[in-house]
Design a protein around this ligand. Structure first.
Ligand code: GLN
Length: 193
């Protein structure tokens, strides 16, 4: 059985925990999910999820609780992370916002709240590398991925990257925990190499 951690300082925590369990079941893996609000737990996790929410609040708590360097060590050890929306903003190399301490887990630059400025939220079917059928993606005040360094683009919407992968880290502008479809979690955590 695998140990999964969901960063739970703020944001869509229980939805991600459910999606991880469903994706595990779909891939024949049993997964124990722990909500992470303090240091000392991440080192025991095989995989980690960084939910959406409010990136400045998440960033502040990851720093003050000493969780940030543990997440960086997790990625350096080659273990998977799925970072979504605000989680992606914190995980990125740069978000051009001094209130966010970027962890640099994947080589992308993001702009907060910049994607789909016209509409605060929308749903769109996405073609995602590695998935056979379109994925119903929910965007809520989503970050724009403005620069993709060494990361690979897994999906685009309207000509812009909205899902990226850099080594063990998958990042999405959208919220894969808000639909019953757990294939993005499957891709991030349980895909066959
Ligand atoms: N706008 C949020 C932020 O910048 C992210 C939105 C979300 O996670 N739904 O923190």
């Amino acid at each position: 059985s695998l140990n999964a951690g969901v960063i739970a300082v703020q944001g869509d925590v229980s939805e991600h925990a459910d999606a991880i369990r469903r994706a595990g079941t779909a891939h024949g893996e049993s997964v124990a999910v722990t909500e992470i609000r303090q240091s000392g737990i991440v080192p025991d996790c095989d995989l980690l999820c960084m939910p959406g929410g409010e990136s400045t609040a998440i960033s502040r708590l990851l720093q003050s609780e000493g969780i940030a360097p543990e997440i960086q060590a997790h990625v350096e050890a080659g273990k998977p992370v799925l970072a979504t929306c605000a989680g992606l903003i914190v995980a990125a190399t740069d978000a051009d916002d001094e209130r966010v301490d970027n962890l640099g887990l994947l080589d992308v630059t993001v702009e907060r709240n910049a994607f789909g400025r016209q509409k605060d939220s929308f749903e769109a079917p996405l073609d995602v590398t590695g998935l056979d059928e379109p994925y119903p993606a929910v965007f809520i005040r989503a970050p724009l991925i403005s620069d993709v360094g060494s990361a690979t683009v897994l999906a685009e919407w309207d000509g812009r990257p909205v899902a990226v992968q850099d080594g063990p880290v998958v990042g999405t502008s959208f919220h894969p925990e808000l639909t019953p479809d757990s294939r993005i979690h499957g891709l991030a955590f349980f895909a066959d190499e």
